[in-house]
Design a protein around this ligand. Structure first.
Ligand code: FUB
Length: 310
């Protein structure tokens, strides 16, 4: 075989390889229903699970009343595990239902803990509780156990378990961001809530993760009209934090809310936009894009593989 022929064959193989490496589900990756506020986790079965809230076609935030779970093992094919919880399953919840807002899920010792903000009284804004449902499976058979007592009325729970096994609950919106340790039962607080300092401009939706010994909080800011996503770093899971600025520009809806996770050697940001509804604020769709870190741990601006507002 002459050299040119050999080179052409090698280039063809390389280009097939790079096409395969780039393969992924296009954004938005869930298209049969509206979804928002994606919280992504990789569990022991090796799959990546996404726990979002569900928007309802033509309806508003107060009408959000159930949760689905989605999972994948290749970032291409996504399985809808169906509805895992509905406001009617929440005994202590407000009679009128609705308001099942941004959830999160954590795993400890064979149990999955599903955390969801839901009001306990007719005045949603002053009666937010953080409900807890448990299951031995990541995406089915969840049973509501109650809510976490002793917390102020805030939304958007995120539960992070550190390498030493200590679990922390973070929340923000409509008030200032707070964090608190959880007991080993994952359903009771251990100590006082601590205001999180340094999350400049935070509106709601904190998500905490750790990489190379550095703690990160990513969060929606209050940028007028179309919020952006900022991040902050710390050497302590309870802060103080140092805000490093915007790493996700606005999408085409006012809210932004997301999570950051490593899967099969690549970091991803999960977030939402209004691509399937033409930018309707309450009919959102979840997306993911790659995240790249610099040597000092700072995060590069995430390139959205679909349109955005500046
Ligand atoms: O999806 C309902 C609410 O909108 C969430 O709880 C907030 O984070 C915002 O995305």
């Amino acid at each position: 075989m002459n050299y040119t022929k050999y080179l052409l064959i090698a280039l063809a193989i390389a280009s097939v390889g790079s096409t395969q490496a780039a393969e992924r589900a296009p954004n938005p990756f869930i298209t049969h229903m509206f979804t928002a506020d994606p919280s992504a986790h990789v569990w022991e079965d090796g799959r990546l699970y996404v726990y979002p809230s569900s928007d309802i076609k033509g309806k508003g935030y107060k009408d959000m009343d159930g949760y689905h779970v989605f999972s994948t093992d290749d970032m291409i094919t996504w399985k809808d595990h169906g509805e895992i919880l509905h406001s009617r399953d929440v005994e202590w919840g407000r009679e009128q239902g609705g308001w099942m807002w941004a959830p999160d899920c954590a795993y400890r010792d064979g149990t999955y803990y599903y955390y969801f903000p839901h009001p306990s009284g007719p005045k949603a804004k002053t009666s937010w509780k953080i409900g807890v449902a448990t299951s031995t499976k990541p995406a089915s058979d969840f049973k509501v156990q109650g809510y976490i007592e002793g917390l102020q009325s805030l939304i958007d729970p995120c539960v992070f378990i550190d390498d030493d096994g200590q679990a922390y609950l973070y929340r923000a919106g409509p008030g200032a961001p707070h964090a608190v340790k959880l007991k080993e039962n994952m359903m009771e607080i251990d100590g006082e809530e601590i205001e999180q300092i340094g999350l400049d401009g935070i509106r709601e939706g904190p998500f905490v993760f750790k990489r190379n010994g550095i703690y990160y909080t990513i969060y929606p800011d209050d940028f007028p009209k179309f919020n952006k996503m900022r991040y902050a770093m710390s050497d302590n899971p309870l802060g103080p934090w140092e805000c490093k600025g915007v790493f996700l520009d606005s999408t085409d809806v006012i809210t932004t809310h997301g999570s950051c996770v490593e899967y099969k050697g690549q970091w991803y940001l999960f977030y939402h936009n209004g691509a399937l509804s033409g930018g309707k604020a309450t009919n959102r769709s979840i997306c993911f894009d790659k995240v790249f870190f610099n040597d000092d741990g700072t995060i590069n601006k995430v390139e959205q593989t679909l349109g955005k507002n500046k």
